[in-house]
Design a protein around this ligand. Structure first.
Ligand SMILES: [Zn+2]
Length: 256
């Protein structure tokens, strides 16, 4: 039980850093320096006001200096990251492979919020992410199907090539509907989860995207031309594969 608490708190602290990444990476600012500032009044945030989730509650969601509301997204990102870390620990136990998945989920959270805000998926995440995923796949990444590590060279390489090739083809055919950021993101997803992960992510990402897209058309009157970022749905599909892909696939196979 204590392990879950420690991992949750660790997830919150990492989540706090993810907020910095989400804000600064698309603005081409350093994620290391300077320390966090209020986006409204530019006052440096005190250490006591920088405690994940807790400070937001104590400050009642307002900056101590200028009292402008702080976006609820900051504690949401922190909590989301902490909760995912706990679920991953529960699903895969304490191992280096689980830590690799934690880092991957954090990257997915950053990609999701940046793509949502700016309709871009930064290369500084996906290109190193693909290389690191490939290296980790050779040694520690757990195969969600077998529960064993490593997922290995063949799976990782076929996943990387399928993710890149399939989405490159979609990007060309859709004439920019799918962007280069999505292509590189799926190379990363493939390098970490293998070709099964790419197919699963594509199916469930498209399903979730279609449902949300249709709902937006109905309720907000968005026409089919308005762009919906696809990165968050791909992130959803990849996360679902790692957390429950095996169960979902077996559930469908058993019904055939
Ligand atoms: Zn302020």
């Amino acid at each position: 039980m204590i392990a879950y608490l420690i991992v949750f708190l660790f997830g919150l602290v990492v989540g706090s850093f993810l907020n910095v990444c989400i804000y600064r990476i698309p603005r081409n600012k350093s994620i290391i320096w300077p320390s966090s500032r209020c986006p409204n009044c530019n006052a440096t945030i005190r250490a006591i006001d920088n405690i994940p989730v807790i400070s937001y509650i104590l400050l009642r969601g307002r900056c101590r200096d200028c009292s402008k509301p702080i976006s609820v997204r900051y504690p949401v990102v922190e909590a989301l990251n902490g909760i995912f870390y706990v679920i991953l620990l529960w699903r895969y136990g304490l191992s280096t492979g689980t830590v690799a998945y934690m880092a991957f989920f954090s990257a997915l959270i950053v990609i999701t919020f940046i793509d949502f805000d700016f309709q871009i998926i930064p290369d500084v995440i996906t290109i190193p992410g693909t290389l690191i995923s490939f290296l980790l796949a050779l040694f520690i990444v757990i195969d969600p199907f077998t529960g064993q590590a490593p997922i290995g060279l063949r799976q990782s390489l076929t996943g990387l090539l399928l993710g890149f090739g399939l989405y490159y083809a979609i990007a060309v055919l859709s004439k920019g509907g799918m962007g280069g950021g999505d292509v590189k993101m799926m190379a990363m997803v493939g390098a970490l989860t293998g070709w099964k992960g790419v197919l699963f992510t594509t199916f469930f990402g498209s399903l979730a995207g279609s449902i949300v897209g249709i709902a937006l058309m109905i309720f907000r009157g968005k026409d089919r031309k308005s762009r919906i970022p696809f990165g968050p749905f791909l992130a959803f599909g990849a996360a679902l594969y790692i957390l429950a892909g095996k169960e979902i696939i077996y559930f469908y196979l058993n019904r055939l």
